[in-house]
Design a protein around this ligand. Structure first.
Ligand SMILES: Nc1nc2c(ncn2[C@@H]2O[C@H](COP(=O)(O)OP(=O)(O)OP(=O)(O)O)[C@@H](O)[C@H]2O)c(=O)[nH]1
Length: 94
């Protein structure tokens, strides 16, 4: 992963079909939030592959990544389908 020295925002993409790696995704996500350079950066989550059957809902992702515990940073979660181009612009507009 590449991080610029002082980033204004983080975009984190979660694969809604990859339930097996949700725990790893959470660990990685929490480690990113602890990066000194990213303190205060806005956090944008793309919950991707929402077009596929069996995709997790965003409430489950919110709970799994413990987004509600983020106190000093703005955050938002958008359901996306990268393949269909859905939800991406809404997220980037946020
Ligand atoms: N249906 C669908 N397919 C997608 C979407 N985004 C990416 N893919 C497809 O998923 C496949 C794997 O892409 P990613 O999951 O992004 O790649 P990756 O994380 O390196 O792959 P894994 O490690 O196997 O998960 C590719 O064929 C993509 O075209 C999406 O929103 N919807």
């Amino acid at each position: 992963m590449l991080l610029s020295k002082y980033s204004d925002y983080i975009i984190y993409v979660v694969d809604l079909r990859d339930t097996d790696r949700l725990v790893i995704a959470k660990e990685e996500f929490l480690a990113i939030l602890e990066e000194e350079e990213l303190r205060g950066a806005a956090v944008l989550i793309f919950a991707n592959k929402q077009d596929l059957l069996g995709a997790l809902d965003d409430a489950t992702v919110t709970e799994s990544l413990e987004l509600h515990k983020i106190k000093n940073q703005q955050w938002a979660i958008f359901k996306t389908s990268a393949i269909k181009g859905e939800g991406l612009l809404e997220g980037l507009d946020w």
